[in-house]
Design a protein around this ligand. Sequence first.
Ligand code: NAY
Length: 288
Amino acid sequence: MKGLFTALMVSYDQDGNINEKGLREIIRYNVDVNKVDGLYVNGSTGENFMISTEEKKEIFRITKDEVKDQVQLIAQVGSVNVKEAIELAKYATDLGYGALSAVTPFYYKFDFEEIKQYYNSIINAVDNKMIIYSIPFLTGVNMSLSQFEELFENEKIIGVKFTAGDFYLLERMRKTFPDKLIYAGFDEMLLSATVLGVDGAIGSTFNVNGKRARQIFELAQQGKIEEARAIQHVTNDLITAVLDNGLYQTLKEILKDKGVDAGYCRQPMKELSSEKIAVAKEISNLFL
Ligand code: NAY
């Protein structure tokens, strides 16, 4: 399960329904053009927290059907509704997903005992492995090294998707958990995270910029830091422009510019104005 995973985008039509043809095209673009090692399905980038249980299942099903065994698949099943998380964990496991992931429970201020119970309840209900999805800037949940250590006592919890800029904690985690999988979650910090020894990365911008992510990751692993840094600089020019214009909407416009039917974002995310669509096309022409 090491390597580069695209946080998969989902194509929705203008009414917010899943566009199966478009979703399949996004998947193919990631497998055939970006050539990533795997897909992270129903994460933030998939707009997971705005869709129904049945829609989540449909996305898991379509993705597995399109990919078969061509690349690795991780199913993000986390939900503050633990029953839903378990239902999705069973569903994705039956489909043959190689690992599960679950966002730390959010919105309510759960204490650590509750967070631990959440992970153990989900993963102990299925014959699969769990990757913790830690993204403090969106969830407000900051876990310490010793709390990660306690979660990792469950051998079915095999790693963490680390979407944070705390490189002190990342370094401590690498040293303390040499056998757990650590994935970098911020694409703009891929080089720094790779230098610290992450096993892989999971990124939204890999939907369009997967080839550069591969170069950064592999050059850094080979110790070719200056070359990797030059590619991270271009990548971050691209990411900064995308973030300024609206992250997921702009990534979808870039995919459309490449001939992929990436559709629209799910409400309450808004549509891009015609000016911003033009900016997205410029970004696509300039960088990709
Ligand atoms: C997810 O679940 O889709 C992810 O968290 C993937 C990681 C991305 N985080 C978010 C919140 O979108 O790729 C990153 C991020 O978009 C990128 O680094 C730009 O900041």
